[in-house]
Structures are given as C-alpha cells and as structure tokens.
Design a binder for this molecule. Structure first.
Ligand code: CAO
Length: 440
C-alpha cells in the first residue's frame, strides 16, 4: 500500500476559502483530475482536482471547513493508480498541475472581477477553474460540477435562482428549473427552436422478443427529408372528389391499342396531364420559395414526379416535360421509371428537377391520406382508391352510380392560400370529369 497526502494546490491569494462541496468519499476509486471538492471565496468558486488517482482512504476536510494552499484534503492509496499524474506527485509539497483560470470573462460593459494576479483570464477546460458568471450585470455563482451538470442538461444558469449560501446555485436548483421547463406548455417552448423532447430510450426487450433491423439507405435519406419538409413547410391538405367515370371508360377503351404499343395505360398517366393543366392555370403551384423567403421562383417547365414504392423505400422519379408528351408516352415512362426504381437502377438525375409530385395509393387501397410536400416543391397531390358511389344528378334529380376518385392536395401555406388550394382541386375535378378537356 502506498498512502499519499493530497493537499490543496497553489490557489493564489485565496486564503481561508470555504469548502462548499465535496465530490468524493472514503472508498471511492478516483483518477487523475477527478474533481475532489469545490472551494468558494466571496469572488469565485473553483474545483480542486486530484493530482493522481487511487483509492480514497481518509477524508481530512468536510463541507464548511476553511482551507488555503497546502491544506490537507485527504489520504489516497495510490498503489492501484494507473493513470498518469498531471504533475510530479510530490505529496508533502504538492505543486498544482494547472493554473486556475477564469472560465467566464465578463462582457466589457461590466466591471472586471477582482481575481488574483496570477489567474489569467483565458478560456480552457477545467480541471481548476474559477467560476463566476456575469449575467446582465449580476453574477451567477455555481460550482464547476453544478455548472457542468447544467451544461450537460442544456440549462442556462442565468435563468436559475440559487438557493445556496450567498445565492449559490445548487444541483437541486438546476433540477428544479429543468422540471419547471419541461412542465411548461409546449407552445411556450416553441418560441425558440422546436422545443422537441429527445426520443425516450427504451429497452423494448423488457416487454418481449425484439429484433434490430437496420434502416435501408433510402429510408434513412427519405426519412430525414420528410421530417424536414414536415416541420419546415406549414402544410394544409385540401380534399376533393373527382368523378372519373367517363375517364375510366375512355382509358379502358384504349387499353388494347395501348397494349399493342407495349404500354400499360394507367390512370396515373391521365393524372399527370390533368396536373400539368392545373399548374399552367395556377402558376404559383409550379414554383419554389427562394431560400431567403423573399420571392417565389416560378418555373416555366413542367416536370412531374411520382412517389414509387420500392422494397428499399420510397423514391420519386421525375417525368420531364409532361406538357410535351401524350398519355401513351407518359404511361410508358411511368412503367420504365418504376421498374428501374424497383431494380435500384434509377439514376440520380431521374429524380431531380421535379416541379410537383403525385403520390398514388389507389392501386393499394385506403380512402384518404395526407401526403407530405416534396420540398422545395410547394404542393403534392395524393390519390386514393376510386370507388363507385351514388352521386346526385341535378338534371335528372336522381342518384347515379359514378366512379369517384378521392384527391388530397397538400400545399405549403406560406406560398398558397386556402382559396387557391380549393381552386386547384376544383380545376382538377373539372379536367378529370371531362376527358376532352384533359386531352386538349
Ligand atoms: N383507384 C382505383 N384503382 C387504381 C387506382 C385508383 N386511384 N390507381 C391505380 N389503380 C389500379 C390500376 O388500374 C391497376 O389495376 P389493374 O392491375 O387492374 O390494371 C392497379 O390499381 C395497380 O396499379 P399500379 O399501382 O400498378 O399502377 P399505377 O400507375 O396506378 O401506380 C405507382 C404506379 C408507381 C405509383 C405505384 O406502383 C406505387 O408505387 N404506388 C405507391 C406510391 C406510394 O407509396 N405513395 C406513398 C407516398 S407517401 O408515403
């Protein structure tokens, strides 16, 4: 066994300063630079670090004691210490390993604190640091360990009222403050940032068997983008129903001819044409908000993306110049791009340059959903499953069975007003109900 004395290092002009916190107790295993205790004068608090590691054998001080340079702190058994000492461990005449530094330099508008001459105001991490924080003309006193604790939890000491001697902030004060902040209504926290709580870390295996399945690259990428789009663009979703009975009859009548040309003529190809017609009529939908938020960049081209479900996740291939293509060409391209996407052969440029996106879940099912805008586009159209429904015919005063397609238009409310959202879907309804207009 090798027992050594640990003394208070040279703390300059600080004489008879009070021990306000002790971080170790008999039996503790400590390493070089572990915080042993905090002393506080009427001007500053400072941490006293361990000059070397070992096992605490005996404490020679207690909270409230007054100490000066050279005071005996504790007895340490250093035989188990493997950590390098920060200075030669001369036990009886211990030389401090680091010069105490002022961690928080006051802003120029406030008077400089009186600090011992040899304490240089420079920023450096502990181990020995004087801690006086000048906030709005007053000092916030807290020991380095409390300060560290507050920093780890993101607590701002300038907002915390100390309940310790001379208004010193204690760990309990920090905990109380954090609890208070968490209990505040979320809207208040939304003032700065999003005030979102970190996700709770839960070990689900405590409830039953689990398996960890890594997310695909596409899922990780699209997830991050969807999250950003969801929180940055204020979404509104406008719902509408389009009568596509005649359109569907027409599509079916064209299926054989399309098949002869090697094309599967789907509803989505017609939707692309209807969307381009609506984009021409409402140019603010074919736009992106400039990054400074000061202007709208209107696009004179009509590239339309479509959400494509692949085994690896969602991708959005883009069909270029839809306005210059007929439904057969569009249908062919839709099939080709979907196949490439599902075979993971889609090139990056085939997913770039979109002006507007269509997300169709019609082939799968569901009555309604609210799509997330594919920013920097400003709107997206969701299609759900078309169904036969009784629709009132004003002329004949009867209900007629009609094929009704549910539309859901999500738009960025910074760019598009609610009235325009409703006009856009009404226009789509009109286009889709009259195939002649659509193909003009
Ligand atoms: N209502 C009723 N039936 C519909 C329909 C609708 N709105 N849309 C498509 N269908 C039918 C088609 O007519 C087709 O029927 P047949 O096989 O009898 O001809 C069947 O559903 C399958 O269509 P499809 O899905 O193969 O073709 P599509 O052109 O409609 O869609 C694509 C292509 C790529 C959009 C689709 O395959 C897909 O991936 N959809 C998922 C998109 C997605 O995940 N969106 C969610 C994004 S938000 O997370």
């Amino acid at each position: 066994m090798s027992i050594k004395e640990v003394l208070v290092p040279d703390i300059g002009n600080f004489e008879n300063v009070e021990v306000i916190e002790i971080m170790v107790k008999v039996g503790d295993e400590i390493v070089t630079d572990s915080s042993l205790m905090t002393v506080e004068s009427d001007k500053a608090a400072m941490d006293i670090p361990a000059p070397f590691g070992g096992t605490v054998k005996e404490m020679k001080i207690k909270v409230g004691d007054k100490v000066s340079s050279g005071s005996l702190v504790l007895m340490l058994d250093t035989s188990s210490d493997t950590t390098p000492a920060t200075a030669a461990p001369v036990v009886t005449s211990f030389t401090p390993t680091a010069t105490p530094v002022v961690a928080n330099v006051p802003p120029p508008s406030h008077p400089a604190p009186e600090v011992p001459n040899h304490i240089q105001p420079k920023h450096r991490p502990d181990p020995i640091a004087a801690h006086v924080e000048f906030v709005a003309g007053k000092t916030a006193h807290a020991s380095p360990s409390v300060r560290r604790f507050a920093r780890e939890l993101g607590a701002d000491l300038s907002h915390i009222k100390g309940s310790g001697p001379r208004g010193r902030i204690t760990k309990e004060d920090v905990q109380r403050w954090i609890k208070g902040e968490l209990a505040k209504p979320k809207t208040e926290a939304m003032g700065v940032g999003f005030g979102v709580l970190p996700a709770a870390e839960i070990d689900f295996s405590q409830f039953g068997e689990t398996e960890n399945q890594p997310l695909s690259r596409i899922k990780k990428l699209s997830g991050a983008n969807l999250h950003r789009n969801w929180v940055t663009a204020p979404h509104v979703t406008q719902f509408d129903d389009a009568d596509i009975t005649d359109l569907e009859d027409f599509r079916k009548s064209m299926l054989d001819e399309a098949a002869k040309r090697g094309v599967k003529l789907t509803l989505l190809a017609f939707m692309m044409k209807a969307v381009v017609n609506a984009l021409r009529t409402f140019p603010q939908f074919n736009a992106s908000l400039a990054t400074d938020g000061e202007s709208l960049i209107l696009k004179k081209y009509f590239h339309v993306g479509f959400a494509c479900d692949t085994p690896d996740g969602l991708v959005v291939p883009v069909i270029r110049d839809v306005n210059k293509k007929d439904v057969m060409d569009i249908a062919r391209e839709l099939a080709d791009l979907s196949e490439l996407a599902r075979e993971r052969k889609l090139k990056v440029d085939a997913m770039q340059g979109g002006c507007f996106t269509i997300s169709s879940l019609g082939g799968i099912g569901g009555t309604k959903f609210t799509p997330i805008i594919n920013c920097p586009e400003v709107a997206i159209l969701g299609l759900s499953r078309a169904e036969m429904k009784p629709v009132w015919n004003k002329a004949t005063k009867t209900f007629e069975p009609r094929l009704v397609l549910p539309l859901a238009l999500s738009y960025d409310h910074r760019v598009i007003d609610g009235a325009d959202g409703a006009r856009f879907t009404s226009h789509l309804r009109l286009m889709l109900s009259d195939v002649r207009r659509l193909l003009l």
